[in-house]
Design a protein around this ligand. Structure first.
Ligand SMILES: [Fe+2]
Length: 215
């Protein structure tokens, strides 16, 4: 009887492992498919997303996040701009300055991203990180104007690492900033745009891991 129970338990455990493995494959397949869609839209997110995922996990670990939270954060870092599929190409690719109405349309990308991801089972918490990745610590961000610790910590992390990566990256219309200047700007905008605690941790991680993450 005892060995029969053990066999049953082993069977249950194998089925559970199979189900977890299947879920992991569905999640990574979904992320891959959404990334493919962004590529088709020519949003050039490839390396940017990969670096953000690396930075996000490293910063998240410093904040004591559990494995499932780190997974949500990593996915949020990869897919933070997925809502840009809903912004007209003419605005996304406009070479000059955006007018206020165009800027408003671009800013809708965080809500579009949330609307896309919240419909996918297991992506619900990630969708909230995407919704809030352009909030500011002083409450002057978008789309909801949340401030301080009301902004999910994962969204505060994505905000800092996304801004850093954008600052140091070359664009067709400008060269990327030196790392030291980008860090100076993150520090200058701490307590207004950025969470100072996240910036402090991130700066330490950049000093240690910059070559590893960017090469
Ligand atoms: Fe964004």
């Amino acid at each position: 009887m005892a060995s029969c129970t053990t066999r049953a338990q082993r069977g249950d455990r194998l089925r559970l492992l199979d189900a977890e493995d299947h879920l992991r494959k569905v999640r990574s397949g979904t992320i891959f498919a959404l990334n493919q869609m962004l590529d088709l839209k020519d949003l050039d997110t490839g390396m940017h997303s990969t670096r953000l995922a690396e930075w996000a996990v490293r910063v998240g670990e410093h904040f004591g996040m559990m494995e499932s939270e780190l997974g949500d954060l990593e996915t949020g870092a990869i897919l933070h701009d997925v809502g840009k599929v809903g912004v007209p190409d003419a605005i996304l690719n406009k070479p000059g300055k955006l007018d206020p109405e165009e800027r408003k349309q671009v800013e809708r990308h965080s809500e579009y991203g949330w609307a896309i991801l919240r419909t996918i089972p297991t992506f619900e918490r990630t969708s909230l990180l995407v919704l809030h990745h352009h909030e500011r610590i002083d409450g002057k961000g978008y789309p909801t104007g949340l401030s301080g610790e009301d902004i999910p910590v994962g969204a505060r992390i994505i905000c800092v690492i996304d801004s850093f990566d954008a600052m140091i990256s070359d664009r067709s219309y400008r060269k990327g900033l030196p790392v030291e200047e980008a860090i100076r700007r993150l520090r200058a905008d701490s307590d207004t745009q950025f969470d100072r605690g996240v910036v402090d941790q991130f700066v330490r991680i950049v000093a240690r891991d910059f070559v590893e993450v960017t090469s």
